[in-house]
Design a protein around this ligand. Structure first.
Ligand SMILES: Cc1cc2nc3c(=O)[nH]c(=O)nc-3n(C[C@H](O)[C@H](O)[C@H](O)COP(=O)(O)OP(=O)(O)OC[C@H]3O[C@@H](n4cnc5c(N)ncnc54)[C@H](O)[C@@H]3O)c2cc1C
Length: 448
């Protein structure tokens, strides 16, 4: 299998030293696959997508499922994201979506996105997961005076066209309820939305899955999928699984070569996060930083940030372009500069955590859910960095499709359905992305 980034980012057996790891003490210590076994369905990838799909297959269809993850359960993005439950999972502006897919499908896409957010909220309750939920909305902040008009207009369209509950706040109003400072020129909010501890969330889902008797193998990298007349054999270093159906739930950590039909279609992108030490009330008061809701600004290469329950600031953005441990260090320093340029009086505040992971983009710019033609292989990926609300919901949709084997039974907006196009000269994907980053950096510098 081939990877697009430096091997450091694919060290599946190395724990990720994140703030979440230090605030959650669950360790499942599950088995590693070291024998030959079989199941009706195998799910590859133990994040939100894979776990949710497996649980739904067991609960709703009483099927025999094995789930494998190359690292410990939840090792991928699901245990180390920012914990923002936002929507929609798309990099495509709604105007373009309406042009390509029409008004009705676009409305349906937004409706499904909101269902995703509600689904996440519901399973937190139904599976009795304590994952430190904070806030009841998402904020988008204008980082420059010229951007306020744009986000106001977007909020109006969201309200009128998609029935989303939105609110508009002038700079002064947001300084009262959100935060002040030189990087804030008004804001809008939309609902539903909230923030979580993502590791506690994925651990809670795992607990529930285990209670439903899902068989899980950790530290089991599937390196090969062989096709026989009426089954598949999945091979890892020390064992194999014979199965009728396969679900690929590897999102940004998909490794080229595993499934030929999926190759060259995913653009994995690194996202980096830093977390400060705990801030004192005085330090927070310098910007009247009140809100625990998730916040993004509206740069092309956006910054996302939130106040954590213990008064640290989590700050993230598009990550490094290499994937080595060294590039992670360098990118973290750059992100620290971004944070401190927005909140200059925090210039001496230490950064205590820094980590990163892979999200998945594609040429579709929206998620992809479906079944590979003439195969019993199913996929769900490409949330454009908005997986907290969309990945668990996708897992549920996938379970329906896996059960019926018929793509027509997938009753969701067609914007989600089917594979994205392959990249031309796929080995150049990171170069294409680099060029896009440079382009957007210039746009951000010029505030356009
Ligand atoms: C730094 C960062 C911040 C983010 N912040 C947010 C946020 O605030 N809000 C939000 O909505 N989204 C955010 N995201 C995105 C979100 O985390 C993902 O969209 C979501 O977790 C995807 O879930 P998943 O289950 O599809 O994939 P993942 O959680 O990435 O799981 C894929 C799993 O597949 C496994 N795997 C890969 N190949 C194999 C193989 N061959 N054999 C066995 N196992 C394999 C990996 O080990 C991995 O655990 C962020 C992502 C990152 C990296």
């Amino acid at each position: 299998m081939n990877n697009l980034y430096h091997p450091d980012i694919y060290k599946f057996d190395t724990p990720i030293k994140s703030y979440w790891e230090d605030t959650s003490n669950t360790n499942f210590d599950l088995e590693k696959l070291n024998k030959d076994t079989s199941a009706e369905i195998v799910v590859i990838g133990g994040g939100y997508t894979g776990l949710s799909c497996a649980i739904n297959l067991i609960e709703n269809y009483n099927l025999d499922v094995i789930l494998v993850d190359a690292g410990k359960i939840g090792w991928g993005a699901s245990s180390r994201n920012g914990g923002f439950c936002s929507f929609p999972p798309s990099k495509m502006p709604y105007q373009k979506m309406q042009k390509i897919y029409g008004r009705e499908e676009t409305r349906r896409f937004f409706k499904n996105s909101i269902e995703g957010s509600n689904y996440t909220r519901n399973i937190i309750k139904d599976y009795k997961i304590d994952c430190d939920v904070t806030g009841d909305k998402n904020f988008i902040v204008a980082h420059h005076p010229s951007k306020f008009g744009q986000i106001k207009e977007q909020a109006e369209i969201y309200r009128k066209e998609f029935g989303i509950e939105t609110n508009i706040y002038s700079k002064e109003e947001f300084s009262e309820i959100g935060h002040g400072g030189i990087g804030q020129f008004g804001a809008v909010s939309y609902k539903p939305g909230f923030a979580i501890n993502p590791l506690k969330f994925v651990n809670g889902i795992t607990h529930y899955a285990i209670s439903k008797k899902l068989k899980i193998f950790e530290h089991t990298l599937i390196t090969k999928v062989e096709k026989n007349l009426d089954n598949y054999i999945l091979r890892s270093k020390e064992g194999s699984i014979k199965t009728k159906k396969i679900v690929i739930a590897t999102n940004g950590f998909y490794q080229e070569g595993l499934i030929p039909q999926l190759n060259s279609r995913i653009l994995p992108v690194i996202s980096n996060i830093i977390v400060t030490r705990k801030l004192t009330n005085e330090e927070l008061d310098a910007y009247n930083f009140k809100t625990y809701n998730p916040i993004v600004n509206c740069r092309n290469l956006l910054h996302y940030y939130r106040k954590l329950p213990d008064n640290r600031i989590l700050f993230g953005t598009r990550g490094d372009l290499v994937g080595s441990d060294k590039s992670n260090e360098e990118m973290s320093k750059k992100i620290e500069v971004f944070l401190k340029s927005i909140f200059p009086s925090w210039s001496n505040i230490n950064i205590e955590y820094k980590w990163r992971g892979l999200i998945a983009l594609s040429q579709k710019l929206t998620p992809s859910i479906g079944k590979i033609q003439d195969e019993e292989i199913y996929y769900g990926f490409g949330y454009s960095g908005v997986g907290v609300s969309s990945a668990p919901w996708t897992g549920k949709q996938l379970s329906k499709l896996v059960f019926s084997s018929n793509s027509k039974d997938l009753e969701i907006s067609k914007i989600y359905k089917g594979l994205p196009k392959k990249f031309i000269f796929p080995k150049l994907r990171i170069l294409y992305f680099r060029m896009a980053v440079w382009f957007y950096m210039i746009k951000d510098k010029l505030n356009i």
